[in-house]
Structures are given as C-alpha cells and as structure tokens.
Design a protein. Structure first.
Length: 125
C-alpha cells in the first residue's frame, strides 16, 4: 500500500520572542493554547496544530511560510482582529474570481514579522 499524504497535522512558525508570540497568537488571534514546553508553544487552529518555536540552529532561522486562516466572513474577522490591535498590510480585497466564487485576502504580520493572511471564499450569485 502506498502511503497517502492527505492532511497537514502541524505547521512550525519561527519566533524570536516566544512570550510575545504566545500572547499574539493566543490573545490577538484567539487560537487555543494546547501546551508549552521550553522554546516551543502549541496552538490548535481547526484540525491543524501550529507550533511556535525558536530556531534550533542557524539554518532554521528564517521567516515562516504564509499561513492563510480560512474565515467565513472576512470583514468581520478583519474588524475583530483590528480591535485586538493586529496591524494589517491591506484591507480585505478580492484576488481571484472563479465561476462559482471569489477569493478574498487580507495580509498582516505577527509579533515576529512573519506574514499571515485571512482568506475567504465568497459564493458568487
């Protein structure tokens, strides 16, 4: 039987100040803290676990991949995060129009300078 890669279980995000990053992901983004160990903290985001960790070696010290947080109502999510003092690079805006939906994005940075985004797919009438 060939192994199947069909789900992401965990995503690692590099941080330099773990306490500051834990406050951002927990207090500002509202993710649920699962547990914390030295140099790492783990949050739940839907079915994916987000691991915040300080780089263990120089070759791992780089910006993270962009995490796209799927939301049903991007304007409401944007407003809620702005109230929590999350600074956005741009307002929610459409980036793609398909036959049945529009893809909307809004980009922001975490406390460590990693780029993140809100993502919403809106059905077209």
């Amino acid at each position: 039987m060939t192994p199947s890669l069909d789900a992401i279980g965990q995503i690692a995000v590099n941080v330099h100040d773990l306490d500051r990053a834990v406050a951002f992901y927990g207090d500002r983004l509202g993710l649920r803290l699962l547990f914390r160990v030295p140099n790492m903290a783990f949050f739940q985001c839907g079915s994916v676990r987000v691991m915040l960790g300080t780089p263990s070696a120089p070759e791992f010290d780089h910006p993270s991949s962009i995490l796209y947080f799927r939301v049903a109502d991007i304007e409401a999510a944007h407003a809620r995060l702005v109230q929590r003092e999350v600074v956005f690079r741009d307002a929610p805006h459409p980036v793609h129009r398909a036959a049945d939906h529009e893809l909307w994005l809004a980009f922001f940075e975490d406390s460590e300078g990693n780029v993140l985004a809100l993502m919403s797919e809106r059905p077209r009438a």
